[in-house]
Design a protein around this ligand. Structure first.
Ligand SMILES: [Zn+2]
Length: 276
């Protein structure tokens, strides 16, 4: 992989009591990110792990979300820009994005699909089924898939990797390995990314903040429990990630929404976008 960097598609705020291990009534606000991994392959193709929200959403947030939903999520789109706009500002073209791996199909992870006409969506059968099951969860929106013609559903048929019970080497070259990480949603996956100088695990919403898989306090957080589809599966996934994080030469584990982790990640490519 030539390059690997991370962008954030949105800023959320959440009551500290919901995401930190302290008292529930702590009403201070915690800032959350919406972290997308951008992999630049040796041939210049881009692979995104999640896609954030669509560009049109930022222009008219009220048309895309009910006001109550925006308030509930503490979603402030005036302070962010879409992933496609950020890639363009870095000199990339939307057409270079050939693959979007969804850690899961909630709107804040696949809404941005609409901005990448050449991309194939990679997801699991359980996620596709969930997005079709209207009313199951407010975070699945069938409209996010409305224009998506190319969808590749994957099965994790390869053995245990990175402490996770099943895996799939997406391109067969070890650069992007998809990992079973169920619990937040039925077919949730993580992705191990072999960057130029480190290995990162994009763990999606398997955890919200990094303490959940630390060793002092133990997760899941209240928010993780509140939003998960299967609490036992989520506990197992967090245990796997905790084990992974404590191993020698542990990879860097990235949660979609932990803005403190996000701030420590690389945000620009090492080489200019125009490098052939
Ligand atoms: Zn999310």
């Amino acid at each position: 992989m030539r390059d690997l960097f991370f962008l954030s598609a949105a800023e959320f705020t959440c009551r500290t009591g919901l995401v930190e291990p302290g008292p529930l009534f702590d009403k201070r606000l915690q800032k959350l990110s919406c972290t997308v991994a951008v992999c630049v392959r040796d041939n210049g193709d881009l692979v995104l792990i999640d896609a954030g929200l669509a560009r049109k959403t930022y222009l008219h947030p009220d048309k895309n979300f009910r006001k109550a939903m925006l308030r509930l999520l503490g979603l402030d789109l005036a302070r962010s820009t879409s992933i496609v706009s950020q890639l363009e500002a870095l000199g990339f073209d939307a057409g270079q994005v050939k693959t979007i791996v969804a850690t899961h199909c909630h709107f804040d992870h696949i809404g941005g699909l609409a901005d990448f006409p050449n991309a194939e969506l990679v997801t699991t059968p359980d996620e596709l089924e969930s997005i079709g099951a209207i009313g199951l969860q407010p975070f699945y929106r069938p409209a996010d898939l409305a224009d998506q013609v190319r969808i590749r559903t994957i099965q994790l048929t390869e053995p245990r990797k990175y402490c996770c019970p099943a895996s799939l080497d997406l391109f067969g070259d070890g650069e992007i390995i998809l990992l079973e990480a169920e619990g937040h949603s039925p077919g949730h996956i993580a992705a191990a990314l072999q960057g130029p100088d480190a290995i990162y695990i994009h763990a999606g919403d398997a955890l919200f903040l990094d303490w959940e898989i630390g060793h002092g306090f133990e997760g899941p957080s209240r928010l993780s429990k509140l939003l998960c589809s299967d609490a036992r599966a989520l506990m197992r996934t967090q245990q796997n990630l905790r084990r992974l994080g404590s191993s020698d030469d542990a990879p860097i584990i990235v949660s979609s929404h932990d803005s403190r982790i996000f701030e420590q990640l690389p945000h620009t490519p090492l080489a200019p976008a125009s490098t052939p």
